[in-house]
Ligand binder design. Structure first.
Ligand code: 4NP
Length: 188
């Protein structure tokens, strides 16, 4: 984004910040500017996996000193838990690893979210189908990515399975996978 009424070269010469969105990496680096990344994590209910991914990614970004370069959010495809804190079990498992998982659930809003976010990262194939079905254009559809695409420590895993009806080990696995994916996302 350029300050109103300025060209790119005059903005750079004046020492004003130029904010590039994801996908303009080389251009932005050439001008030593800020690459802004807007990331949205998606699951079904927005009370287990995606708020966990949201908190883990925020923590990784903060620890890397990149807070000002990322806007991170999460949302669910269903509306059953809108306005609620995350599932108590996910909050407790997350806290044991030092994550404060405290996003207030909201439902995915295709019109606004496809415009606002550069990458929409889904936890499983059901989410992928549901989100891509709402994409208004091929460009919007290309923003939808699978968390599993970023796994390195779990090469056999194809999704972050829903732990909602599971036990403690399922919440631990979801957090392991979320940490793996977020590490991959950050190292891109
Ligand atoms: P999440 O888990 O998609 O990881 O938030 C779920 C939470 C609630 C429900 C399903 C999945 N539910 O059916 O209420």
């Amino acid at each position: 984004m350029l300050p109103y009424g300025r060209s790119l070269s005059s903005t750079v010469e004046a020492g004003l910040p130029v904010i590039f969105h994801h996908g303009r990496g080389a251009e932005a680096r050439a001008f030593n500017t800020i690459i802004m990344q807007n990331l949205l994590f998606i699951c079904l209910g927005n009370i287990c996996r995606s708020p966990a991914a949201h908190a883990v990614m925020q923590r990784f970004v903060d620890d890397a000193g990149l807070t000002s370069q990322y806007f991170i959010d999460s949302a669910g495809m269903g509306g059953w838990h809108v306005g609620q804190l995350p599932d108590k079990r996910m909050r407790q498992h997350g806290l044991r690893r030092g994550y404060h998982i405290d996003h207030i659930a909201r439902q995915f809003d295709a019109a606004a979210d496809f415009r606002r976010f550069d990458r929409i990262i889904v936890m499983d194939e059901d989410n992928y189908r549901a989100v891509t079905a709402l994409a208004p254009s091929p460009e919007a559809r290309a923003k939808v990515l699978r968390m599993a695409d970023y796994f390195t420590a779990h090469p056999g895993a194809a999704s972050v399975p829903d732990p909602y009806y599971g036990g403690p080990e399922d919440f631990e696995l979801a957090l392991d996978l979320v940490e793996d994916g977020c590490r991959g996302l950050l190292s891109e």
